[in-house]
Structure formats: C-alpha cells, structure tokens
Design a protein around this ligand. Sequence first.
Ligand SMILES: [Zn+2]
Length: 412
Amino acid sequence: MGWLGLDDTDSLDGGCTTDVFQQLLNGLPETTTVGVPRLVRLWPFAQRRTRGNAAMGVELHSEDIAELLEHLDAWWAEHIAPLGGSVSTSEISAREQSPASPGMVWFDHQPSSAFYFSAVRQEVGLEELPPSVRSWGGHGRIGATAAVAWPGEVCTWEAISWRMDDAKGLRTVDEGAVSVIDSWPEIVFSRDPRRGTTLIAPRGRSPVLFGVRATSRHAAERACALLVDSEATEAVREWSVFQTNQASGDHLGKDWHLTVTDLVVEPHRKHARISTDGPLVLSYAEGGPVNALARWLKPGDEILVAGLLDPDGMVHAERLKLVSSVPRKRLRPLCSECHVRMKSMGAGQGVRCPKCKRREADEWVDIQGTPPFTAWVEPPIDARRHLARPLRWEDAEQKRQRVPNHEEQGAV
Ligand SMILES: [Zn+2]
C-alpha cells in the first residue's frame, strides 16, 4: 500500500485537477484497490497557485507496487506531464495565475501531518518536501504531498460531477432537486441565504458541472445521485465523492489579541485597514459583519482577530471579536435633581444645571459606544474561504483546539 498525490494540473483556460485525478484513478491497473479520494485546499496566498488551490490524494493498495509505479510512470508521461506550462488568458480572469507545473508523488507511508499544517498556513518550498519513494514533475509536488499528509480527522465531503466532453456554456442542473437537497441538514454551503442563489456550480470554464458539499459522505452521495438522476439535469460523464479539509478551519492558528492604534477606511469600497500594536489587520468590504465591526473600531479598543498572515505580514481578518472598547464620547453629567445635562461655566469654573442652577465641580462622564456586534463575527457564506469553519459549528463543538503556529508572535 501507499499514498498517491497530485496537484497543479489546472489553469484558467479549462482543465481541473479533480478531473485529471479522476482519470488517473480510472486508469489504474485492475489489481489496485483505491481508497477514499481526497481534495485538500491549501494556503490561499501561495505565490504559485492554480485556480482552486486544491490538491488531490488517495491511499492505494496493490500486491505489485513495481507494476503500479511502472504504470504511474507511463500515465504521467502520457497524460499529465503535457499539461505543464499552460498559461491562462486574461480575458477569462484578471487574476494572477501561474502556468501549471504539475506534480505527482508516491509515498509508501503517510508523511507527517506537520507538512500539511505548514502548507495550509504558509509558503512552503520544494526543499522542504519530505522524501517520497517516487515523484514526478515540478511545483505541484508540494500540494500533492500536502494532500497525502493531511490527517483527515476533521473533514467534510464534496460530491463532484463532470460534464460530458462536448458540453459548453451554461450549466443545467435541476433547480427543484437543488431545493430538495438544500433542505437536508447534512448539505452545507449549497445556497447563498442572502441572495437565494445556488453555490454548487462553478463559474467560468471548468469541466465540473457541480460540487455538493456535505457533513457526511452518505449525504453527499445521496444528494449527488438525486441531482444527476434528474431528467432536468444535463448528462454527466461521471461523479465521485471526495473527503476534504474544506470547512476544517485548519488554516487558522491561534487568535491575535491586539490593541487598535489607528483605522483607515477606504472611502469607496469600505475596506478597512486597522493599525495595531501588532500586525496591520485588513478587513474587506465583502466581510459583511466583520467589516462593520472593523469600521466601528477606535484607537485603544482591544480585539481578537483570526486570520491568515499574507506574504507582506498583514493579517486578513476572517473573524473578529471586540474584547473591550474605549469610550466613544465624553459628556457633562446630568443634574441629580432635574436629570438635565449640566453645562460648563468656562474653563475651571465647574458645571451648572440650566434649570435649577445647581453647580458642581468640573466633571465629565464617559459614554460607552454600542458596537454592532459583541460576539465573534464571520463573513457571509459566499465570502468565506473554502477552509473557513462556520462559527456556528465551533459553538456547537466548543471551539476546537487549534494547532498553534510558531510564526504567530503575539497570538494568544
Ligand atoms: Zn437641576
């Protein structure tokens, strides 16, 4: 037995690592027993990244490893190596994209999960790869290795279906069947509750017809079968269910406990840049409640932030919580008799009630503000990362202990 990983075969001009991987599994020698295929999302800021930043892995059993490796050599040369170097065109997406640099790895045992946690949280170089029995290709070996190193203990499931080879243009998925599966408690992230739009179909050119995410393998299978079997859904080539680290929250280390020193809000888009006693914190307009709370902050406020450090050392806020806030206003006290706001008599002259003329010493009363949120907040569903774990799940499971990250100085 052993572990096979694959990554970085897709570019924006079509193609998709899930599809290339599925073909690879379909083509394996009949003597090979295929385990549960996995789809693993990695660090979103990786310098070289493909469209979805997802890598693939699977455990394989074979009586004849030599035959299997010979087969993988041939398959690599014929089907995967030629995918290298395809460059995206700017008319499809303005996003920066590296040419594909496919990579495939074979391990006779599962590598340490430490490699996975590095690759999901920070930049990892080829020189950091744990030694494999055999590897093929280029940069994709990093994601491929991370996919097999993923422990898989905290997981969700995604059923993916691929379109027929000649399918083009708009995707046709039975809306009625989508509404049915939306109501199942195990089906997650299938609909944007604010807009009422479905989130299962990818945008742009991709061989994927839809991906249905679920908290159980069985539900993913059942939902996918329902959609695929409906006459109102276009014909699919095939479909498969993947174990995934989506919604695991694995990309986040410990929370940052920071004091705000300055806040700049971009006038048009409302992105907020929060200067703190630690790293600069970015909150994007798309963050919804996170951004609303970020824009409310004042110097002196204390916050907890969960987010990733980007290559420039800035934290991208994915979750935000107010710990304490400084007063928003200072007012003169109310008259103890009339409950009318007292007025200053001039510098050092004390204050006086305008009604009963009663005088008091010069005093101020701090007025606390009313924050838009007092509990942890997260972006709306369509603005979250694939890796983001919903707060609601964590509340239910008492906030899972996160694996700490030594890079996060100042984290608590
Ligand atoms: Zn009074």
